[in-house]
Design a protein around this ligand. Structure first.
Ligand code: ZN
Length: 389
């Protein structure tokens, strides 16, 4: 199977004028498409090509690219309007200073990118290469990796590398349950079980820290709106960077272990969680935390890192994984850290129960005896006193 990895290269080249021009083109395309009711990039391109060529003089591919970006932005906006999540009277605006460079527009030289601006006119963008980037650069030079598209931003270029890998038949599976404070992993080769808990308190701490910070900045917004806005952006970016950094480290460790043991990960499908969580008025406080933790990121990071080694990541339906009793299959609520079955009295760590259920949905069942032995060995036995109602 073919796998793709995006690698970020920083640069100091002044590409702002080019990106600004492209941004203007996209916005022109969107306006025209809305006014004339055009949906297809091909039609848009035919309508605007001559005008754009005269006005901007850029290479043909910029026009094609702008039309595509405009159409896909309008398409997703229309979809949101249909769902009632966007205002129909407020069409979208392309604010980003970003551009995709198709193969026809650039030449990747490893330490720099040469971008065609107009026919026979180029811009050179020297790239800053650290040890991480050098690894990909070397592999690309040797022909082990192929280069895909490059996305150009003001201060960085994101290059995608492609590689053909042989899909690996896994020796076992690991269900990974992502929680507010921990990542719970249950590994199995079909017979024996092993569990692991990875602490996410540090992530939670960061989130709380920046939440308090943002609240302080918000107070500024009345007397100093500009400063407040600037600070808000600065700290939001910093928070995202810090969290992503930690997530990359955590997921890289997990993936290293899984690959070493030859195990494929299984997750719950998290469709729409972030969206729903922020809009549930009854549990706003609790869900603010839930929605703020980028669960999907943990899953995606692991998925693409596993794919790079030839392993597939699997997803199962998330319904009732934390409520179903592993022994008798009836539904009960967990209280605090403890899962207690109302029918058969089964007691266990609730994250462990979720992990067992995820594996079960993936088609790996365990006998109550095996589960009990495992619980005893790992000291996951819960006391009824820990149960919170
Ligand atoms: Zn039960």
């Amino acid at each position: 199977m073919g796998v793709v990895k995006a690698v970020v290269f920083k640069h100091n080249a002044d590409v702002k004028p080019l990106l600004e021009m492209f941004n203007g083109m996209v916005n022109e395309c969107m306006e025209y498409a809305l006014r004339q009711g055009v949906n297809s990039p091909m039609k848009l391109e035919r309508a605007l090509y001559t005008e754009f060529k005269q006005k901007h003089g850029l290479a043909t591919h910029y026009c094609i690219s702008a039309c595509r970006v405009a159409c896909s932005a309008l398409k997703s906006w229309r979809r949101l309007v249909k769902k009632g999540r966007a205002d129909e009277s407020k069409p979208p605006e392309f604010k980003a200073f970003v551009m995709r460079l198709q193969k026809e527009l650039m030449r990747f030289k490893g330490d720099r990118i040469v971008v065609t601006v107009k026919p026979r006119q180029w811009v050179e963008i020297p790239l800053i290469i650290g040890s991480y980037q050098a690894r990909f650069f070397e592999a690309w030079r040797k022909g082990e990796l192929k280069l895909g598209e490059i996305t150009l931003l003001e201060d960085k270029a994101i290059a995608t590398f492609k590689k053909e890998v042989q899909e690996v038949a896994p020796k076992g599976y690991a269900s990974i349950d992502v929680n507010l404070m921990s990542l719970d992993i249950l590994k199995t080769d079909g017979k024996s079980l092993r569990c692991e808990k990875i602490d996410l308190k540090k992530l939670y701490g960061i989130r709380v820290h920046y939440f308090k910070k943002r609240r302080r900045i918000q107070k500024l917004s009345k007397c100093k709106p500009k400063t407040s806005k600037r600070l808000m952006e600065k700290y939001s970016k910093r928070e995202k960077r810090r969290i992503d950094d930690i997530l990359h480290k955590i997921t890289a460790n997990i993936v290293r272990e899984l690959v070493k043991e030859g195990i494929s990960p299984v997750f719950e499908k998290l469709k729409g969680l972030n969206y729903n969580a922020t809009r549930n008025r009854h549990a706003k406080r609790k869900n603010r935390k839930v929605s703020s933790l980028p669960y999907w990121k943990i899953q995606r990071f692991i998925e693409y890192k596993m794919a790079w080694h030839g392993y597939k990541t699997h997803y199962v339906n998330a319904k009732n994984t934390s409520k179903t009793c592993p022994r008798c299959g009836s539904l009960s609520q967990a209280g605090g850290r403890v899962y207690k079955c109302n029918k058969c009295g089964y007691l266990a760590d609730r994250h462990f129960v979720a992990c067992v259920n995820i594996l079960k949905m993936w088609g790996l069942g365990f006998t109550p005896k095996a589960l009990n032995e495992f619980i005893e060995r790992e000291e996951l036995r819960m006391s009824i006193n820990d149960y919170v109602t």
